[in-house]
Design a protein around this ligand. Structure first.
Ligand code: PLP
Length: 417
């Protein structure tokens, strides 16, 4: 049989199940989004068959004339989108973009300063179980425990004391603007290279809804699949750093850490960047932020705590410290209600990482399917109903009730139709 269902019924059933899940669950995982049908069509194309080690015009294989066009389009559009003169679109994912920056700009054993994972940083910014934490001497910076905001004075003190080779800005769980100019000044004072990993906010940056790090950072990395709404992948960007610096980044990606680039994904990145250059994308990102603000305000009115007291971007972190339920409890019962979010450590969380005292939620995916502030407030209200039910032992009944309402709301806003 040539149909997937005929040839591989088990896999076909899993695919159908996932299609159904994406349609009928409210997706609040802050790092997820729905790529457009065009992005998915190009990713599912003959470009997947082509080997193209090297860079456009300098490949190790012949027959690259068409994939060269695709990669050049992706590079030029990335530069236009973020206002920079260098882009490498080959990293397979965000972690690979970050590995390439480490390889290009620091030597094993060098001191590197990144945001504490337990306070909002990413695994690849120096967690001990990650290559970054295993091969470099990591000194973390974090938040002011009173305000939940980044403590720049403390960052400066640590940087001057430890003189890191790299200072990493960027985060996986922080709902405020980061002060890129201040971080660049700290890096300059300490003699560090300033690197921003803008994976979470790249779409907002492209649309002018979050401060662009490129005027300040020596190098910027990102994923392409979160707020940026492209295929899964990574990119590296820089502005005004000169040819030698950029050559180092290129050769760290290939042949440093990767072999053949995923040309079908690079072609899909080109399509996604063209989508992101269109005016509708700016309107979308404005709505992402408006929706997050509306959710944060309602959640606070309902008496729940949000780290730092609100949000300036697409996400927020609910803090259950002092509550009888944990992040894991909330994650599980919300799942039963078809609201997908993720448990997340809060700053100085006393509970272990698999349990946690927090929940991270974000609006990129629900906004893509068309939710406005009214729908997001409705969803946030149901989320609070479920949390309240965890306190009074009615969680299962409330989750079942909410699940029916979520299903009805999702039917009004199909993702792929
Ligand atoms: N950097 C940041 C800030 C992230 O939040 C993530 C993913 O969550 C990554 C890098 C890693 O990206 P990937 O999962 O594509 O390797």
């Amino acid at each position: 049989s040539t149909t997937l269902a005929g040839f591989d019924p088990e896999l076909a059933a899993a695919l159908r199940g996932e299609e159904g899940r994406q349609e009928d669950h409210a997706e609040l995982i802050a790092s997820e989004n729905y790529a457009s049908p065009l992005v998915m069509a190009v990713q599912n194309s003959v470009f997947t068959n082509k080997y193209a080690e090297g860079y456009p015009g300098k490949r190790y294989y012949s027959g690259c004339e068409h994939v060269d066009v695709a990669e050049r389009l992706a590079v030029e559009r990335a530069k236009a989108l973020f206002g920079c003169d260098y882009a490498n679109v080959q990293p397979h994912a965000g972690a690979q973009a970050n590995a390439a920056v480490f390889l290009a700009l620091a030597a094993p054993g060098d001191t590197v300063m990144g945001m504490n994972l337990a306070q909002g940083g990413h695994l690849t910014h120096g967690n001990p179980s990650n290559f970054s934490g295993r091969h470099y001497r990591i000194v973390p910076y974090g938040l002011d425990p009173e305000t939940g905001l980044i403590d720049y004075d403390e960052m400066e003190r640590i940087a001057l004391e430890t003189r890191p080779k790299l200072l990493i800005g960027g985060f996986s769980a922080y709902s405020r603007y980061k002060d890129w100019a201040r971080m660049r000044a700290i890096a300059d004072e300490a003699g560090a290279i300033f690197w921003v990993d803008m994976a979470h906010v790249a779409g907002l940056v492209a649309a002018g809804e979050y401060p662009n790090p490129l005027p300040h950072a020596h190098v910027v990395t990102s994923t392409t699949h979160k707020t940026l709404r492209g295929p899964r992948g990574g990119i590296i960007l820089a502005q005004g750093q000169g040819a030698d610096f950029c050559r180092k980044l290129d050769s760290a990606v290939f042949p440093g850490i990767q072999g053949g680039p995923l040309m079908h994904v690079i072609a899909a990145k080109a399509v996604a960047f063209k989508e992101a250059l269109a005016p509708e994308f700016k309107a979308y990102q404005r709505q992402v932020v408006a929706n997050a603000r509306a959710m944060a305000a309602l959640i606070q009115r309902r008496g729940h705590r949000i780290v730092s007291g609100g949000t300036d971007n697409h996400m927020m972190l609910l803090d259950f410290s002092g509550q009888p339920y944990t992040g894991r409890d909330a994650d599980a019962v919300l799942s039963a209600a078809h609201i997908t979010a993720n448990k997340n450590a809060v700053p100085d969380d006393p509970r272990p990482p698999f349990v946690t005292s927090g929940l991270r939620i974000g609006t990129p995916a629900v906004t893509t399917r068309g939710f406005g502030a009214a729908e997001c407030e409705q969803l946030a209200g149901w989320l609070c109903d479920v949390l309240d039910a965890l306190e009074n032992g009615t969680a299962d009944a409330v989750a079942a009730h909410v699940r029916a309402r979520v299903a009805a709301l999702c039917r009004r806003f199909p993702v792929y139709g």
